[in-house]
Design a binder for this molecule. Sequence first.
Ligand code: MIG
Length: 799
Amino acid sequence: MILNTELEYKGNLFPSKIISYKKDIDTLYFTSENNVVLQLTIERDSVLRFRYSTTGIFDTDFSYAISQFANKGFNHLEITENDTNYIITTSKLICHISKLDMRKSIYDAKDSSLICEDELGFHWEESYEFGGDIVKMSLKSQQSENYYGLGDKPVENNLKGKRFQNWVTDSYAFDRGTDPIYKAIPFYTALHHAKSYGIFFDNSFRSYFDFCHERRNITSFWAQGGEMNYYFMYGPDMTEVVSNYTDLTGRPQHIPPLWALGYHQCKWSYYPESKVKDIAAKFRELKIPCDALYLDIDYMEGFRCFTWSKEHFPNPKKMVKELANDGFKTIVIIDPGIKIDKEYTVFKEGLENDFFCKRADGPYMKGKVWPGECYFPDFTNPKVRDWWSNLFKELIEDIGVNGVWNDMNEPAVMDVPGKSFPNDVRHNYDGNHCSHRKAHNIYGMQMARATYHGLKKFSYPKRPFVITRAAYSGTQRYTSTWTGDNVATWDHLSIANQQAQRMCMSGFSFAGSDIGGFAEQPNGELFARWIQLGVFHPFCRVHSSGDHGDQEPWVFGSSITAIVRKFIEIRYQLLPYLYTTFWRYVGEGIPILKSLVLFDQEDPHTHYRNDEFIFGEKILVCPIIEPNAKGRRMYIPRGRWYNFWDNTIEIGGEEKWVDADIDSMPIFIKEGAIIPKYPIQQYVGEKVIEQLELDVYFKMGKESSEVYEDAHDGYDYKKGRYSLRNFNQVGKNNSLTIQQFKSGKYATSYATFKINVHGLPFKISSVEVDNEKIDITKLNGDVTFIIPKEFRELYIIGK
Ligand code: MIG
């Protein structure tokens, strides 16, 4: 069997010359003499879909990745031809299809510059073993072209020179470079001449990407079955490319409840009940903010999903209630393997309804996981998903659990080669019956989807919270995710940084790592440094395997505890800022973390940077990833930045040394930013927010900022009950003006803003709020005002 393209002409088949062409509204069909059909759909002006059939007949058009809400439609479409090419022109792109060999090239419609061009283009090999084709595509790599994305690959940001595989795999203690690991996200962004485009290869079979690894100037991708079916998305802004990708594959169906953005504490495992309560009490006693506690597999009776150990958790409802009274949400793990046990209801129901996966010749797919021998629901069957969703009724509605953690859904199987199902296992695939070769990469996604729908139903009117380990493109619609079983080493801290950035630029922003490392135990310094990074990740959870010692914030001595507390407190203060970036992500697909290349693609210095990133829109962060550091060198992107700790100004565009002893880390605020802050709370909702703090960072010139708020849970915001504040700041030599534009019907609990102005270049002579002077006699040095939240214009005048 051929595992790579090794692009010689041996065995490969190619489209021959085009003999006919037909147009059907937004779709063009080109047929070659040897019966290859290229189906080219104009999805949007900047999004083209390419689909090829080698037999003249296409499979049913079905994808788990594509969202039903994907936008379609274009402003302009014109098709012409000359002697050599068909020419398709939209308002953003010009695409040539060669009449000779079906190869394509794509140009920017504005300046006719070349964006992407086939080398061999589409070609294939017949698969003797399985039927169908091994489908391949090769592209020329343009001058200085670089590549990013691809989900959770544990390598440097820039993918050039490397080859990758997509096959979701349980990868305990994976390492830098291990490939594949838990996720399959066959989407990358490319960048050359300061312009960016993306390719999403929507094929769930085992697939490969080669970025100038096999051949220096060629980028290729291929899959072991299915169709050559990919989307080309143009920016030219990389953020726009990612946003186009999430438009296609979907964004979360709602903003997460605010508590889900708090700090989470997990371990394998907290039990019995008294242990869970001790942990909860300790957080409150030490005043370390925490919103969620997790129960790993030991809460169950013999690892049977949807059961509770009578011995360790005799009264789960009471325990969950008590935790809730103390501000903790309870999240429980649910795995896909269902124990073979005739007395166990879930097993009996699955069996009676024929819901379990079967092998090619009829026997059940039997595999060993934590409960012992198990059968596995076929989550690709809509009836099974429905059944699974309903299994959550008791957990959520009756017991009061707030979230579910889906693990082992690659699916992981113990003690077998490949650590998963064999290829011959059959799947329903929503009526497109197929083998595990096709369903493997989407199995975990469909489990998470079914879990999500159950939680959504039974949590109503609250918002659900789900976390999954395995994922395929589109999984971001349903759940959050973590990066799996990492290790407590310094290199893994750096890998976690890379993976979180990469997930964000791969359209899946609600992601984080096991802070501190899952396997082995960190020392206090590593733990503190990891917390410093972790509080700037969209999902923030400490987790560890438990057999290497404890990993709670207080086990490394009081000085580490104090550092950990300080950084978790920063996260809680920044919650309105983080919530606003989630709102932007959910609405427009803007990545929550922006690698420097995504932040400023025109600056070539950013193309190979790894460590620094932008948290949200305006905060630059760079973790310390080495022991014994008193600071580090980092690249500060172009622009002027305020040091978060002392408000000194750095001019970007170069590498600089930044001090950061163990109780600190490099954090900078973009000039002109207005950063909203809540008071420190021990958990979301502990306090009624009585005032919103706004940290204003003076900029000579204009800058705008947003603050989005709503009830922080429930769905009323979708009916207009939200509060969106737009702040425009204009700084001049002798004045600073801030205008506020407010929209939405939600009334926030506070009446005033506390405004802290940083970096004013002049001494204040007077301050006006909506044209009325306010008393500034008590100002003495701090430039802080308390003003009504309804203000429309704040005008600070210099002497
Ligand atoms: O075979 O449930 O990645 O987070 O604690 C190990 C026990 C199964 C793997 C998950 C990890 C979890 C652990 N699970």
